[in-house]
Design a protein around this ligand. Structure first.
Ligand SMILES: [Zn+2]
Length: 84
């Protein structure tokens, strides 16, 4: 039996409104969602799935491979010199 969903906040049970969801499984991308987290509610025993669509914001904490990075920079410098 499925029910009408009234509350659609992540981490909050849509049946009893408790913040008591325990995530039991996760699945990657399908046609509909980027991430699906299966949950069960520790308060009322309901089960369900949270669906996420992700938006790219920026790169951060980028650490290049030092050797390859220096090699690339040398190559780019050489290419600039050749163009002049
Ligand atoms: Zn619940």
């Amino acid at each position: 039996m499925e029910i009408e969903i009234k509350y659609t906040e992540p981490g909050i049970c849509p049946v009893c409104e408790a913040m008591a969801l325990e995530y039991t499984d996760q699945e990657g991308r399908d046609d509909y969602m980027d991430l699906e987290l299966t949950w069960s509610c520790n308060n009322c025993g309901a089960i369900g799935v949270e669906g996420y669509r992700m938006t790219f914001m920026e790169h951060f904490d980028v650490v290049p491979d030092e050797k390859l990075y220096l090699k690339m920079q040398r190559k780019q410098k050489l290419e600039k010199i050749e163009k002049i």
